[in-house]
Design a protein around this ligand. Structure first.
Ligand code: AMP
Ligand code: GLY
Length: 424
């Protein structure tokens, strides 16, 4: 198969690696890709949100399957664009249409969907600038901390947790009627704060059947012990040791099955990944958010544990015959440590040479913000690379990932030293 993968982060490097090692893959293109995906296939100077350019390339290069890494092309309707064109409609497409992508593209939609299908989630209400008075009254009725969420896509930054009522009131005003998050926060969801432990669960679904990918935990805050600013993700661990059989059964019965049945009942076709961001309160799972893609850096950990063929998994999914696919997972632990540019997630400098990648061993380096120039690797983003190791125990996987995280070097390198520590 000729495969076109969209995206250009660490997740896409991990996906392109898994695609390129499949005997089913003849040729892999990545748009736009990065220095890591260039090791697995051919990068293209095409913007994944430019439907016409993506479609034209796919038609002209006999692409058999399109795989979408990030959410934005899906929310903007790339799958529908393909489905509605004669020359593109027979290409397998991994990712939902814009109707299904609303699970991530609109928090208000996701919340009302969960309510309609009795899927456990935090109590909430939705407001616009016109109903700000009711929003302020709703804040008044809640106990701190307050959770305010921009309805639309806000590059992963649309959630604000306020510790005081005054801060919540000001933030609501800024989101609804001010410039904060622009269009994305014209509608705001205010919800109950859930106290518990977070974990992520990933499934592949063809809309009827689903297959569970490994569970994972990501570390979102910049500082150790989960302190400081939110980031795109500083590391991940898979599997989640506390996710025992009983909990996983509850997650499937109360969350995954009702979600897939709900999509069905509402006539929303869905072929792709669903990422359930969960809060486990006591022994009960609640949905914090849906995403319509794999997580980053969760993908870097979970894909290293996938023993069966990744291309076949997606092919069977796109063809609506996932029931015929046998998923095989490694029982081993994967730990992924993100090396970042000093200063991230605020201001940081880039363009620094990256040293000693050739000395890395017993790990996989998934490049996120890495650029190649005249044979040198240079930092080109806040998150630079995910150093991922797999071992029989969590402790061993952590030790291997950290040995390599120490060896690889660039000016300003920063990484959390406690990825996985809370799970030991
Ligand atoms: P999100 O951008 O939806 O992933 O949210 C960012 C983070 O905010 C999540 O990872 C949680 O840590 C936190 N969060 C979101 N919603 C809630 C909630 N209802 N209660 C507690 N924490 C939350
Ligand atoms: N790691 C969280 C995300 O990909 O949204």
């Amino acid at each position: 198969m000729n495969i076109l993968l969209l995206g250009g982060g660490g997740r896409e490097h991990a996906m392109s690696w898994k695609i390129s090692v499949s005997p089913l893959c003849t040729k892999l293109f990545i748009a736009p890709g990065n220095a890591g995906t260039a090791l697995c296939g051919e990068n293209l100077d095409i913007n994944p949100n430019d439907h016409k350019a993506v479609g034209r390339f796919a038609a002209e290069h006999a692409i058999d399957m399109v795989v979408v890494g990030p959410e934005e092309p899906l929310v903007k309707g790339l799958a529908d664009y393909f489905a509605n064109r004669r020359e593109l409609k027979d290409i397998l497409f991994m990712g939902p249409g814009s109707a299904g992508a609303q699970l991530e593209g609109s928090k208000a939609f996701a919340k009302s969907f969960m309510q309609r299908h009795q899927i456990p989630t935090a109590a909430y209400k939705t407001f616009t600038c016109d109903s700000i008075g009711e929003g302020l009254a709703f804040i008044d009725s809640l106990m701190p901390p307050y959770v305010l969420k921009a309805d639309g896509l806000a590059a992963g930054k649309g959630v604000v947790i306020c510790s005081t009522k005054q801060e919540a009131e000001e933030t609501l005003h800024e989101m609804l009627c001010g410039a904060m998050f622009g269009e994305a926060s014209r509608t705001v969801v205010i919800e109950e704060f859930l106290k518990g432990v977070e974990m992520s669960v990933f499934v592949v679904t063809d809309g009827i059947t689903y297959r569970m990918l490994p569970s994972a935990k990501d570390y979102k805050r910049i500082g150790e012990k989960d302190t400081g600013a939110n980031t795109g993700g500083m590391g991940s661990v898979s599997p989640v040791p506390f996710a025992n059989q009983q909990l996983m059964q509850r997650i499937e019965q109360r969350i995954i099955q009702p979600t897939i049945n709900g999509l069905n009942k509402e006539g929303i076709p869905y072929r792709g990944f669903i990422f359930f961001g969960l809060m486990i309160v006591g022994k009960d799972p609640y949905v914090i958010e849906y995403n319509v893609r794999l997580g980053d850096p969760e993908a870097e950990a979970i894909l290293t544990r996938l023993d069966s063929d990744f291309v076949a998994l997606m092919q069977f999914c796109c063809q609506g015959r996932l029931q015929d696919y046998t998923l095989e997972l490694s029982p081993r632990y994967a730990v992924s440590v993100m090396l970042t540019s000093g200063g991230y997630p605020d201001q940081f400098d880039k363009g620094f040479e990256i040293f000693h990648t050739e000395r890395a061993s017993a790990c996989r380096l998934f490049y996120a913000g890495v650029q190649e120039k005249e044979g040198k690797l240079l930092t080109s983003g806040g998150r630079v690379m995910a150093v991922t190791s797999v071992a029989a125990t969590l402790e061993d996987a952590m030790a291997l990932a950290y040995d390599n995280a120490r060896i690889i070097d660039f000016k300003g390198k920063y990484y959390r030293r406690d990825i996985g520590k809370d799970l030991l």
